[in-house]
Design a protein. Sequence first.
Length: 319
Amino acid sequence: MSYSQEVYARATEMLERRKEKATMEAQFRFDEISAKIPELESIQQKLSNIGLSISKVFLFSDDKKADMEKLMEESLKLQDEKKKLLVKYGYDENALNITYHCPDCKDTGFIGSRRCKCHKELLKNIERENLSKIAPLDDCTFDAFKTEYYPDTERAERIRANCLKYATNFTTNSKSIIFYGGTGLGKTHLSLAIANVAINRGYSVVYGTAQNILNDLQNENFGRTDNIRYYERAVLNCDLLIIDDLGTEFKSAYTVAELYNIINSRILAKLPTIISTNSTPQELEEKYDQRVTSRIIGEYAPLVLQGNDIRYIKRKKND
Protein backbone atom coordinates (compact mmCIF):
# COMPACT_ATOMS: atom_id res chain seq x y z
CA MET A 1 0.00 0.00 0.00
CA SER A 2 1.66 3.16 -1.23
CA TYR A 3 0.56 6.66 -0.23
CA SER A 4 2.05 9.82 -1.69
CA GLN A 5 4.91 11.53 0.11
CA GLU A 6 2.56 14.41 0.88
CA VAL A 7 0.12 12.10 2.69
CA TYR A 8 2.91 10.49 4.74
CA ALA A 9 4.35 13.92 5.57
CA ARG A 10 1.01 15.28 6.72
CA ALA A 11 0.36 12.19 8.87
CA THR A 12 3.79 12.56 10.48
CA GLU A 13 3.13 16.23 11.18
CA MET A 14 -0.22 15.42 12.80
CA LEU A 15 1.35 12.70 14.96
CA GLU A 16 4.03 15.13 16.09
CA ARG A 17 1.38 17.71 16.99
CA ARG A 18 -0.56 15.10 18.98
CA LYS A 19 2.55 14.12 20.92
CA GLU A 20 3.52 17.74 21.55
CA LYS A 21 0.00 18.55 22.76
CA ALA A 22 -0.05 15.56 25.13
CA THR A 23 3.36 16.51 26.52
CA MET A 24 2.39 20.15 27.02
CA GLU A 25 -0.86 19.21 28.77
CA ALA A 26 1.08 16.91 31.11
CA GLN A 27 3.49 19.75 31.92
CA PHE A 28 0.58 22.11 32.64
CA ARG A 29 -0.90 19.50 35.00
CA PHE A 30 2.43 19.06 36.74
CA ASP A 31 2.84 22.84 37.21
CA GLU A 32 -0.68 23.12 38.59
CA ILE A 33 -0.43 20.13 40.95
CA SER A 34 3.13 20.78 42.11
CA ALA A 35 2.04 24.27 43.18
CA LYS A 36 -0.19 22.48 45.70
CA ILE A 37 2.29 19.67 46.46
CA PRO A 38 5.78 21.25 46.57
CA GLU A 39 7.44 17.89 47.34
CA LEU A 40 6.73 16.81 43.75
CA GLU A 41 9.36 19.19 42.39
CA SER A 42 12.08 17.49 44.43
CA ILE A 43 10.93 14.01 43.42
CA GLN A 44 10.81 14.99 39.76
CA GLN A 45 14.32 16.45 39.93
CA LYS A 46 15.64 13.25 41.50
CA LEU A 47 13.98 11.18 38.74
CA SER A 48 15.59 13.42 36.12
CA ASN A 49 18.99 12.94 37.78
CA ILE A 50 18.49 9.17 37.69
CA GLY A 51 17.85 9.45 33.95
CA LEU A 52 21.18 11.23 33.52
CA SER A 53 22.92 8.68 35.74
CA ILE A 54 21.60 5.83 33.58
CA SER A 55 23.26 7.41 30.53
CA LYS A 56 26.55 7.65 32.41
CA VAL A 57 26.30 4.00 33.48
CA PHE A 58 26.15 2.90 29.84
CA LEU A 59 29.25 4.96 29.06
CA PHE A 60 31.48 4.65 32.09
CA SER A 61 30.34 1.94 34.55
CA ASP A 62 32.49 -1.11 35.18
CA ASP A 63 29.48 -3.04 36.49
CA LYS A 64 26.58 -1.90 34.34
CA LYS A 65 24.14 -4.55 35.56
CA ALA A 66 24.56 -3.81 39.28
CA ASP A 67 24.53 -0.04 38.80
CA MET A 68 21.47 -0.21 36.60
CA GLU A 69 19.58 -2.35 39.12
CA LYS A 70 20.42 0.15 41.87
CA LEU A 71 19.22 3.11 39.80
CA MET A 72 16.02 1.32 38.77
CA GLU A 73 15.31 0.49 42.41
CA GLU A 74 15.71 4.16 43.35
CA SER A 75 13.47 5.19 40.44
CA LEU A 76 10.70 2.79 41.49
CA LYS A 77 10.83 4.06 45.09
CA LEU A 78 10.55 7.68 43.93
CA GLN A 79 7.67 6.86 41.58
CA ASP A 80 5.88 5.04 44.40
CA GLU A 81 6.44 8.04 46.69
CA LYS A 82 5.03 10.34 44.02
CA LYS A 83 1.89 8.21 43.61
CA LYS A 84 1.28 8.16 47.38
CA LEU A 85 1.57 11.95 47.55
CA LEU A 86 -0.92 12.38 44.70
CA VAL A 87 -3.45 10.07 46.36
CA LYS A 88 -2.91 11.79 49.71
CA TYR A 89 -3.90 15.13 48.17
CA GLY A 90 -6.94 13.69 46.38
CA TYR A 91 -5.49 13.10 42.90
CA ASP A 92 -5.39 9.94 40.85
CA GLU A 93 -2.02 8.22 41.23
CA ASN A 94 -1.46 8.56 37.46
CA ALA A 95 -2.52 12.21 37.28
CA LEU A 96 0.93 13.33 36.12
CA ASN A 97 1.30 10.71 33.38
CA ILE A 98 1.26 11.90 29.77
CA THR A 99 -2.14 11.13 28.25
CA TYR A 100 -1.37 10.22 24.66
CA HIS A 101 -3.98 10.24 21.89
CA CYS A 102 -2.87 6.66 21.22
CA PRO A 103 -1.48 4.85 24.29
CA ASP A 104 -0.31 1.93 22.15
CA CYS A 105 2.38 3.87 20.24
CA LYS A 106 2.53 6.98 22.45
CA ASP A 107 1.71 9.08 19.36
CA THR A 108 4.84 8.01 17.49
CA GLY A 109 2.83 6.12 14.87
CA PHE A 110 4.90 2.96 15.29
CA ILE A 111 5.08 0.04 17.69
CA GLY A 112 8.64 -1.12 17.14
CA SER A 113 9.01 -1.23 13.37
CA ARG A 114 5.29 -1.90 12.81
CA ARG A 115 2.97 0.92 11.82
CA CYS A 116 0.39 1.49 14.55
CA LYS A 117 -3.33 1.19 13.77
CA CYS A 118 -3.76 4.89 14.68
CA HIS A 119 -1.19 5.80 12.02
CA LYS A 120 -2.95 3.64 9.43
CA GLU A 121 -6.28 5.27 10.30
CA LEU A 122 -4.72 8.71 10.00
CA LEU A 123 -3.35 7.91 6.54
CA LYS A 124 -6.77 6.66 5.42
CA ASN A 125 -8.50 9.78 6.74
CA ILE A 126 -6.04 12.10 4.99
CA GLU A 127 -6.45 10.18 1.73
CA ARG A 128 -10.24 10.39 2.04
CA GLU A 129 -10.13 14.09 2.89
CA ASN A 130 -7.90 14.86 -0.11
CA LEU A 131 -10.19 13.03 -2.53
CA SER A 132 -13.32 14.56 -0.99
CA LYS A 133 -12.01 18.03 -1.88
CA ILE A 134 -12.40 17.30 -5.59
CA ALA A 135 -15.14 14.66 -5.76
CA PRO A 136 -18.44 13.87 -3.97
CA LEU A 137 -16.93 10.83 -2.29
CA ASP A 138 -19.41 10.64 0.60
CA ASP A 139 -22.38 10.67 -1.79
CA CYS A 140 -21.01 8.01 -4.11
CA THR A 141 -21.53 4.76 -2.25
CA PHE A 142 -22.84 1.41 -3.43
CA ASP A 143 -25.94 1.85 -1.26
CA ALA A 144 -26.69 5.15 -3.01
CA PHE A 145 -26.46 3.59 -6.50
CA LYS A 146 -30.11 3.09 -7.47
CA THR A 147 -30.73 0.62 -10.27
CA GLU A 148 -34.44 1.38 -10.73
CA TYR A 149 -33.59 4.27 -13.05
CA TYR A 150 -32.08 1.95 -15.66
CA PRO A 151 -34.18 0.31 -18.42
CA ASP A 152 -32.53 -3.03 -17.67
CA THR A 153 -32.47 -3.09 -13.87
CA GLU A 154 -31.11 -6.63 -13.69
CA ARG A 155 -28.12 -5.69 -15.82
CA ALA A 156 -27.50 -2.57 -13.74
CA GLU A 157 -27.71 -4.62 -10.55
CA ARG A 158 -25.19 -7.13 -11.92
CA ILE A 159 -22.76 -4.31 -12.71
CA ARG A 160 -23.26 -2.85 -9.25
CA ALA A 161 -22.71 -6.28 -7.63
CA ASN A 162 -19.59 -6.90 -9.72
CA CYS A 163 -18.17 -3.50 -8.73
CA LEU A 164 -18.92 -4.12 -5.06
CA LYS A 165 -17.19 -7.51 -5.25
CA TYR A 166 -14.24 -5.88 -7.03
CA ALA A 167 -13.95 -3.20 -4.32
CA THR A 168 -14.36 -5.65 -1.44
CA ASN A 169 -11.63 -7.91 -2.81
CA PHE A 170 -9.46 -5.11 -4.18
CA THR A 171 -5.69 -5.53 -4.15
CA THR A 172 -2.92 -3.94 -6.17
CA ASN A 173 -3.11 -7.03 -8.38
CA SER A 174 -6.77 -6.44 -9.27
CA LYS A 175 -7.71 -6.15 -12.94
CA SER A 176 -8.20 -2.74 -14.51
CA ILE A 177 -11.71 -1.62 -15.51
CA ILE A 178 -13.13 0.65 -18.18
CA PHE A 179 -16.68 1.99 -17.84
CA TYR A 180 -18.45 2.76 -21.13
CA GLY A 181 -21.69 4.70 -21.34
CA GLY A 182 -23.34 8.03 -22.02
CA THR A 183 -23.47 11.06 -19.76
CA GLY A 184 -25.17 10.66 -16.39
CA LEU A 185 -25.27 6.86 -16.26
CA GLY A 186 -23.34 6.43 -13.01
CA LYS A 187 -19.81 5.74 -14.29
CA THR A 188 -18.27 8.28 -11.93
CA HIS A 189 -20.56 7.14 -9.09
CA LEU A 190 -19.40 3.52 -9.36
CA SER A 191 -15.75 4.55 -9.75
CA LEU A 192 -15.93 6.61 -6.56
CA ALA A 193 -17.87 3.88 -4.75
CA ILE A 194 -14.95 1.56 -5.47
CA ALA A 195 -12.55 4.30 -4.30
CA ASN A 196 -14.56 4.62 -1.06
CA VAL A 197 -14.10 0.96 -0.20
CA ALA A 198 -10.46 0.86 -1.34
CA ILE A 199 -9.55 3.85 0.84
CA ASN A 200 -11.31 2.30 3.84
CA ARG A 201 -9.21 -0.80 3.33
CA GLY A 202 -6.00 1.24 3.43
CA TYR A 203 -5.21 1.66 -0.28
CA SER A 204 -4.08 4.90 -1.88
CA VAL A 205 -6.33 6.31 -4.61
CA VAL A 206 -5.74 9.08 -7.15
CA TYR A 207 -8.88 10.33 -8.90
CA GLY A 208 -9.25 13.00 -11.55
CA THR A 209 -10.61 13.81 -14.97
CA ALA A 210 -8.39 12.99 -17.91
CA GLN A 211 -8.24 16.72 -18.70
CA ASN A 212 -7.02 17.72 -15.23
CA ILE A 213 -4.54 14.88 -14.84
CA LEU A 214 -2.97 15.34 -18.26
CA ASN A 215 -2.85 19.14 -17.90
CA ASP A 216 -1.04 18.88 -14.57
CA LEU A 217 1.45 16.32 -15.85
CA GLN A 218 2.20 18.54 -18.82
CA ASN A 219 2.73 21.52 -16.52
CA GLU A 220 4.98 19.43 -14.26
CA ASN A 221 6.99 18.26 -17.26
CA PHE A 222 7.60 21.87 -18.32
CA GLY A 223 8.43 23.05 -14.80
CA ARG A 224 5.18 24.89 -14.16
CA THR A 225 4.47 23.45 -10.71
CA ASP A 226 2.22 26.14 -9.20
CA ASN A 227 -1.25 24.88 -8.21
CA ILE A 228 -0.56 21.34 -9.44
CA ARG A 229 -2.63 18.58 -7.86
CA TYR A 230 -1.48 15.60 -9.93
CA TYR A 231 2.19 14.62 -10.02
CA GLU A 232 3.52 11.90 -12.28
CA ARG A 233 5.06 9.99 -9.36
CA ALA A 234 1.68 9.68 -7.61
CA VAL A 235 -0.27 8.96 -10.81
CA LEU A 236 2.06 6.13 -11.79
CA ASN A 237 2.58 4.61 -8.34
CA CYS A 238 -0.72 4.91 -6.43
CA ASP A 239 -2.53 1.68 -5.58
CA LEU A 240 -5.58 2.66 -7.65
CA LEU A 241 -5.76 5.32 -10.36
CA ILE A 242 -9.17 6.54 -11.56
CA ILE A 243 -9.25 8.51 -14.82
CA ASP A 244 -12.68 10.06 -15.38
CA ASP A 245 -14.13 11.35 -18.66
CA LEU A 246 -11.46 9.96 -20.98
CA GLY A 247 -11.99 11.41 -24.43
CA THR A 248 -13.17 14.86 -23.31
CA GLU A 249 -9.64 16.21 -22.81
CA PHE A 250 -7.94 18.46 -25.36
CA LYS A 251 -6.03 16.13 -27.66
CA SER A 252 -2.42 16.81 -28.55
CA ALA A 253 0.67 14.76 -29.29
CA TYR A 254 1.70 15.27 -25.67
CA THR A 255 -1.59 14.13 -24.13
CA VAL A 256 -1.69 10.98 -26.26
CA ALA A 257 1.95 10.16 -25.41
CA GLU A 258 1.36 10.82 -21.68
CA LEU A 259 -1.84 8.76 -21.66
CA TYR A 260 0.07 5.88 -23.24
CA ASN A 261 2.81 6.26 -20.64
CA ILE A 262 0.30 6.15 -17.76
CA ILE A 263 -1.59 3.14 -19.08
CA ASN A 264 1.49 1.19 -20.14
CA SER A 265 3.53 1.97 -17.02
CA ARG A 266 0.75 0.84 -14.70
CA ILE A 267 0.17 -2.34 -16.72
CA LEU A 268 3.89 -3.17 -16.47
CA ALA A 269 3.84 -2.39 -12.73
CA LYS A 270 0.71 -4.58 -12.37
CA LEU A 271 -1.22 -1.70 -10.79
CA PRO A 272 -4.97 -1.37 -11.50
CA THR A 273 -6.57 1.61 -13.22
CA ILE A 274 -10.24 2.50 -13.65
CA ILE A 275 -11.21 4.56 -16.69
CA SER A 276 -14.63 5.99 -17.49
CA THR A 277 -15.55 7.34 -20.90
CA ASN A 278 -18.56 8.58 -22.84
CA SER A 279 -16.90 7.27 -26.01
CA THR A 280 -17.49 3.88 -27.58
CA PRO A 281 -14.54 1.54 -28.19
CA GLN A 282 -14.67 2.51 -31.87
CA GLU A 283 -14.56 6.22 -31.01
CA LEU A 284 -11.56 5.66 -28.74
CA GLU A 285 -9.76 3.88 -31.58
CA GLU A 286 -10.40 6.89 -33.82
CA LYS A 287 -9.23 9.36 -31.16
CA TYR A 288 -6.05 7.61 -29.95
CA ASP A 289 -3.36 5.59 -31.67
CA GLN A 290 -3.39 1.81 -31.52
CA ARG A 291 -0.77 1.63 -28.75
CA VAL A 292 -3.29 3.19 -26.35
CA THR A 293 -6.46 1.44 -27.45
CA SER A 294 -4.91 -2.02 -27.80
CA ARG A 295 -3.73 -1.91 -24.21
CA ILE A 296 -7.13 -0.77 -22.94
CA ILE A 297 -9.01 -3.38 -24.98
CA GLY A 298 -6.52 -6.12 -24.12
CA GLU A 299 -6.01 -5.43 -20.40
CA TYR A 300 -9.17 -3.73 -19.09
CA ALA A 301 -12.43 -5.43 -18.14
CA PRO A 302 -15.26 -3.55 -19.93
CA LEU A 303 -18.44 -2.56 -18.05
CA VAL A 304 -21.13 -0.98 -20.23
CA LEU A 305 -23.84 1.18 -18.64
CA GLN A 306 -26.92 1.72 -20.80
CA GLY A 307 -29.94 3.97 -20.54
CA ASN A 308 -30.81 7.65 -20.36
CA ASP A 309 -29.20 10.37 -18.27
CA ILE A 310 -30.02 9.36 -14.67
CA ARG A 311 -29.49 12.87 -13.36
CA TYR A 312 -32.07 14.20 -15.83
CA ILE A 313 -34.56 11.45 -14.89
CA LYS A 314 -34.12 12.21 -11.17
CA ARG A 315 -34.67 15.95 -11.74
CA LYS A 316 -37.85 15.30 -13.70
CA LYS A 317 -39.11 12.96 -11.02
CA ASN A 318 -38.51 15.58 -8.32
CA ASP A 319 -40.11 18.45 -10.30
